[in-house]
Design a protein around this ligand. Structure first.
Ligand SMILES: NC(=O)c1ccc[n+]([C@@H]2O[C@H](COP(=O)([O-])OP(=O)(O)OC[C@H]3O[C@@H](n4cnc5c(N)ncnc54)[C@H](OP(=O)(O)O)[C@@H]3O)[C@@H](O)[C@H]2O)c1
Length: 301
């Protein structure tokens, strides 16, 4: 997943059950970061999404990373994989960290905030990745002035191509926004949105990878139906999706312009596109996103 991370040589200090971590700052492109104050990020829940994030974050020497998980096996594996600090309690984690990333399932958030009460300080920045949990839900179960940022990452974060939507709670300031954006930039792109748009972002970029897999699968089936080996068809289809998305973003053009550019009248692309129009694939995708957004808004009620 992260080759640079594997080559990082951690400096470890063992003290009764936990390890303090700092990436050895030998890489030249990190020299200018040396004088900056290091932020300590504490992960509460060290499961899948935390692992994806830390894989990106350990490339930067700006951060010290710590983690706590109630499942000791999950915590040990997290600490071992990334050579980061594992804390034996949430309180210990809160004591060490200035930024807390709440990375548990939405239904577990209430209990986590309850357990965190004792260790929480006014200077903690709370960042939640839990789908559907509002900044106000978290703030009202934290301290009156707690600064909260809610984020919706997606699974391409595992390969450094994530799209993360972020939304700042009422006490979070410009520095907090910049800090949260920098963290999630380690695994892809970031976009701040008004919190009322988080259901829509969940429906497009949060659930979106599954829709893209569906399209890749459908295109590959088409290729296989035309005689291609199945694996070859999947590769042709998947790389085409990566390339098309990259071309779109790098050209700064609209999708409709690029469609026009590749469609010769009477040619192969036009023949294919006619089928997409006949089956109204566009409307199907609009309905897909709307259904997911509706479900996202229902889940938090
Ligand atoms: N994975 C994704 O692609 C993705 C994308 C966008 C958003 N998210 C959001 O990210 C959050 C985490 O997802 P995930 O896939 O990383 O989940 P996960 O793999 O289940 O990791 C969560 C970890 O937190 C632990 N935990 C639960 N309650 C705890 C507590 N009170 N104290 C300490 N640790 C606790 C869990 O332990 P137990 O197993 O014992 O419960 C588990 O090991 C979810 O809210 C999800 O909505 C995930």
């Amino acid at each position: 997943m992260d080759t640079e991370n594997q080559s990082a040589e951690p400096h470890k200090e063992k003290t009764c059950g936990f390890v303090t971590y700092m990436v050895r700052e030998t890489r030249t492109h990190h020299h200018q970061e040396r004088n900056m104050k290091k932020t300590t990020i504490g992960f509460i829940g060290t499961g899948r999404i935390s692992r994806a994030l830390v894989a990106g974050l350990v490339r930067s020497s700006n951060y010290r990373i710590t983690g706590y998980d109630r499942d000791p096996v999950v915590r040990e594996s997290f600490c071992k994989t990334f050579a980061v600090a594992g804390m034996s309690s949430m309180q210990e984690l809160a004591e060490q960290a200035d930024t807390l990333i709440l990375a548990v399932k939405p239904y577990q958030m209430e209990d986590v905030l309850q357990e965190l009460q004792n260790g929480l300080r006014a200077d903690h920045l709370l960042i939640s990745v839990a789908a559907g949990i509002t900044t106000e839900f978290i703030r009202s179960r934290s301290l009156p002035e707690s600064r909260v940022i809610r984020v919706m990452p997606n699974t391409p974060s595992f390969v450094g191509e994530g799209m993360t939507a972020l939304s700042a709670g009422k006490h979070a300031g410009e520095e907090d926004r910049k800090h949260a954006a920098a963290i999630f930039s380690a695994v892809g792109r970031v976009m701040f949105l008004d919190e009322k748009h988080m259901d829509a972002a969940t429906a497009v970029s949060g659930s979106g990878p599954a829709y893209m897999f569906h399209i890749i699968d459908a295109m590959a089936r088409g290729g296989a139906a035309c005689g291609l080996d199945n694996d070859d068809a999947v590769l042709l289809s998947a790389q085409t999706m990566i390339g098309a998305a990259k071309l779109l973003l790098e050209s700064g053009k609209q999708p409709a312009d690029l469609i026009q550019e590749v469609t010769t009248p009477g040619g192969t692309t036009e023949a294919g596109l006619k089928q997409m129009v006949a089956h109204d694939i566009r409307q199907a995708m609009i309905d897909t996103v709307k259904a997911a957004a509706k479900r996202s808004s229902e889940l938090k009620q």
